[in-house]
Design a protein around this ligand. Structure first.
Ligand code: NAD
Length: 478
């Protein structure tokens, strides 16, 4: 595959012109080079997108747009093995996680491909002799700033919904991992997407990312990443009065009551933090346990943590490496601060003895005794670190569940039907799972945050609606 920007249907390969090294997190070794996009590249991509929106792409029917996305979905599955190994090598994910991610990307294109011609507006009863139509129209040119934790999935959900709704896209993927978005963009051309409908500019956040967020030619921005960068993106977009969708991560609680089915709950609770080495916006990073079963549950979780293996993504163990040395240092510093403050390590997973010494490994860890107001309990660690906290009763559980600035996802484990719904109503969270949990799961489920986790919704039909606006037409016909 070519390592380059995709602008106006052409791969622009400038990787050797002061580019960015692509590292394999499992070994720490470089294996490719990406171009480092500039403001001029972003200008060219936005101009190409505008031309496509006002030209060949904008003239396509919803049915035609949908068919191109369905062909792209099939091409992703035809190239499945190549995309899986690319995703695993680029991010360090165990192969089973990469397989799930590429399958999900294909499913996003299928979902939005089949949804494109079901998106419609409304008519509004108004004055006799008049017909009022609320038309659902695309924004125009949409910007997409993508993180490194799920490059294939987040690319799929973001451009899938935007293209289905008729927008032309400019994507700035993450500098730490973006090879599958680049490869899938080549496949999109093969699927028949006209030149300029989808453009990609690789590069650094402060350069290509900032140029996209502040570009006056963009009509909507979708951003997934850290709250700090989300603020910068929203501020830059505000100068041009451009609407933004922000998905900024979480501090998701797993609330376990004494009447829960623990055999069912505990494997899910462990997976919710170990999945993707904890680098998941919806990672279940806090486990809140009713006091009467606290010691028992912590002991059972400890057994599971101690049995997990961490190593090279290609070895397909329970947990892969962290994405980068910088991110590993951040996880270490948050945990070290919590330990210095009185938290205790209850259990730690093992590091595979063959794990390459240059890889960025952090074997999953179970902690307790952290203060609920500590950074470990309040901030996104974005590593495989689970912190346990006891609670007294239902009111205390809800108080603790809501006691962070975030509100992305939550799980409640209880057999009590009344409590299930009371908790679902009281927990401030974009998604609440009862007796199950899918970290970020569910292409068909509206997804997005409350509080500091952001605003706007992605995934599902709702996600496609986010890439449209309403135009009201008032027709007087007598
Ligand atoms: P980040 O938010 O800085 O990066 C996300 C994306 O934004 C990347 O494509 C990056 O290039 C781009 N970007 C960075 N600065 C920008 C700017 N000024 N203008 C426009 N775009 C810009 O995230 P990070 O530095 O890679 O990770 C830091 C923390 O963010 C992590 O520890 C984690 O807590 C959180 N994070 C959350 C998610 C999520 O899914 N919610 C994903 C990645 C990281």
């Amino acid at each position: 595959m070519a390592m380059g920007h995709l602008i106006d249907g052409k791969i622009v390969d400038r990787a050797n012109d002061g580019g960015i090294d692509v590292l394999d997190p499992s070994t720490g070794d470089g294996f490719a080079r990406l171009p480092r996009g500039t403001k001029a590249d972003v200008d060219a991509a936005v101009a190409a997108a505008r031309k496509a929106f006002e030209g060949e792409w904008g003239a396509k029917s919803a049915l035609e747009r949908g068919r191109i996305l369905i062909r792209l979905s099939a091409l992703v599955m035809d190239n499945f093995d190549e995309l899986v190994s690319l995703e695993s090598r680029d991010t360090g994910k165990p192969l089973k996680q990469a397989r799930a991610d590429i399958t999900a990307a294909a499913r996003y294109f299928e979902y939005y491909g089949t949804a494109a011609d079901k998106l419609h507006g409304e008519t509004i009863p108004y004055t006799p002799g008049m017909t009022v139509m609320a038309l659902r129209v695309p924004h125009g040119v949409t910007g997409h700033i993508i993180p490194w934790n799920y490059p294939a999935q987040i690319y799929g959900r973001s451009i899938g919904g935007a293209l289905a709704a008729g927008n032309a896209c400019v994507v700035k993927p993450a500098e730490d991992a973006c090879l599958t978005p680049l490869r899938m963009s080549e496949l999109a051309l093969e699927a028949g997407l006209p030149a300029g409908a989808l453009n990609i500019v690789c590069g650094l956040g402060m350069e290509a990312g900032a140029a996209l967020a502040s570009h006056p030619g963009i009509n909507h921005i979708s951003f997934t990443g850290s709250p700090q960068t989300g603020t910068s993106v929203a501020q830059a977009a505000a100068v041009n009065h451009v609407p933004v969708t922000l998905e900024l991560g979480g501090k998701s609680p797993q609330v376990i009551f004494a009447d829960a089915d623990l055999d069912e709950a505990l494997p899910v609770v462990v997976n919710a933090i170990v999945q993707n080495a904890g680098q998941t916006c919806a990672a279940g990073s806090r486990v809140l346990i009713e006091k009467s079963i606290y010691d028992d549950v912590v002991a059972r979780l400890a057994e599971r943590f101690a049995s997990l293996k961490t190593g090279d993504g290609a070895k397909d163990l329970d947990c892969g490496p962290i994405i980068s040395a910088k991110q590993l240092a951040r996880v270490n510093s948050l945990v070290d601060a919590a330990l210095a403050d009185g938290a205790r390590v209850v259990a730690r997973a093992q590091l595979d003895e063959q794990a390459p010494s240059g890889g960025f490994y952090y074997p999953p860890m179970l902690l307790d005794g952290a203060a609920p107001e500590s950074r470990l309990a309040q901030d996104e660690v974005f590593g495989p670190v689970l912190a346990a906290f006891p609670f007294e009763d239902e009111a205390d559980a809800i108080r603790l569940a809501n006691a962070t600035p975030y509100g992305l996802t939550a799980a409640v484990w209880t057999r009590d039907g009344g409590r299930q719904m009371r908790c679902a109503n009281a927990i401030e969270s974009g998604q609440v799972f009862i007796n199950n949990y899918g970290a970020g799961g569910g292409i068909e489920l509206p997804f997005g945050g409350m509080k500091r986790s952001g605003y706007g919704r992605e995934k599902a039909f709702e996600g496609m609606i986010s890439f449209t606006t309403i135009k009201t037409v008032v027709l007087k016909h007598g």
